[in-house]
Design a protein around this ligand. Sequence first.
Ligand SMILES: *[C@@H]1O[C@H](CO)[C@@H](O)[C@H](O)[C@H]1NC(C)=O
Ligand SMILES: *[C@@H]1O[C@H](CO)[C@@H](O)[C@H](O)[C@H]1NC(C)=O
Ligand SMILES: *[C@@H]1O[C@H](CO)[C@@H](O)[C@H](O)[C@H]1NC(C)=O
Ligand SMILES: *[C@@H]1O[C@H](CO)[C@@H](O)[C@H](O)[C@H]1NC(C)=O
Length: 285
Amino acid sequence: MIFMDWNSRFIIIFLVVNLSLNVVAAQQDENVSFWQNYGLPWGTAHVQVLDQNTQVQLTLDQYTGSAGFKSLQTFGSGWFSMKIKMPQKDSTGVITTFYLRSEGKWDEVDFELLGGNGKERPYVVHTNLITNGETGREQQFHLWFDPTADFHNYTILWNSHQVVWFVDNKPVRVFKNNGGSFPRQAVSVIGTIWNGTWTSNGAPVNWNEGPFAAYYTGFGVNACPTQSINGSHCSDDSTNYWWDAPKYWSLNPHQMKLYHYVRSKYMVYDYCSKNPTIPECHVDP
Ligand SMILES: *[C@@H]1O[C@H](CO)[C@@H](O)[C@H](O)[C@H]1NC(C)=O
Ligand SMILES: *[C@@H]1O[C@H](CO)[C@@H](O)[C@H](O)[C@H]1NC(C)=O
Ligand SMILES: *[C@@H]1O[C@H](CO)[C@@H](O)[C@H](O)[C@H]1NC(C)=O
Ligand SMILES: *[C@@H]1O[C@H](CO)[C@@H](O)[C@H](O)[C@H]1NC(C)=O
């Protein structure tokens, strides 16, 4: 073991964690119809439901704005997972999202997959957490795979103890409920494609490469449906909600190792490094 380099050590840790996470993964229903849990409140333009309703394609070109889909219900906790394939070719300035957002007071938990060309402009996983309208909690990561070549799992675990962002079951970010800011509103689950030059240091979208197509699949929802999180029937109820069981209240030792490894190797932006006095930046997962 002593002579092992970091990469092979990572692979071993990774195998162990994958085994323990398969229990979770099995509960994600692969072939659930899109229409069972989701709808198209923003219209059908540039949305195609494919493959016997198990896959959705969102497209973007220079003439239309964003396209997207949204869950039929709102939720108060859950294991929100989506398999996403980012647009191919040079997708600089194109943003593929998967996020949770409340209706009233603005709470949001984001995955925003920022396009690039895979070379001098790498693909970036941008994460953010907004509570009660308070934003500016961005953390960004490069990826250890080509996110345009195949589907990968992007997962948000949200219970009353923590929010965890996973990429292919590896925890890349943790936000603990420390009694301070924390998402506390019922949320919708949303997927969109849109464009914005904030993602690329001002580099414009190369529309000649368009239309850009992002693919989503895995429309099962493991979450607690509720109109309001009030009454807290969505938390600390591990009988009905497995993602609320104590083992989901914090990372296990294997996940901690992965978390530290991924962050040390792939994190490229952290709001905490700009302002280390923020209390939540000192909470150890
Ligand atoms: C899901 O659907 C795909 C293609 O429609 C099929 O190949 C696969 O066997 C299905 N998986 C399950 C678990 O039913
Ligand atoms: C994504 O999760 C599913 C289980 O839901 C698993 O079968 C698959 O291997 C995962 N994909 C990747 C790329 O890790
Ligand atoms: C997206 O692209 C369109 C077409 O070029 C442009 O009009 C619009 O301002 C862009 N949106 C953003 C947020 O940059
Ligand atoms: C929760 O319910 C209490 C009492 O009914 C109310 O005062 C409070 O505003 C509610 N909070 C939310 C977030 O709905």
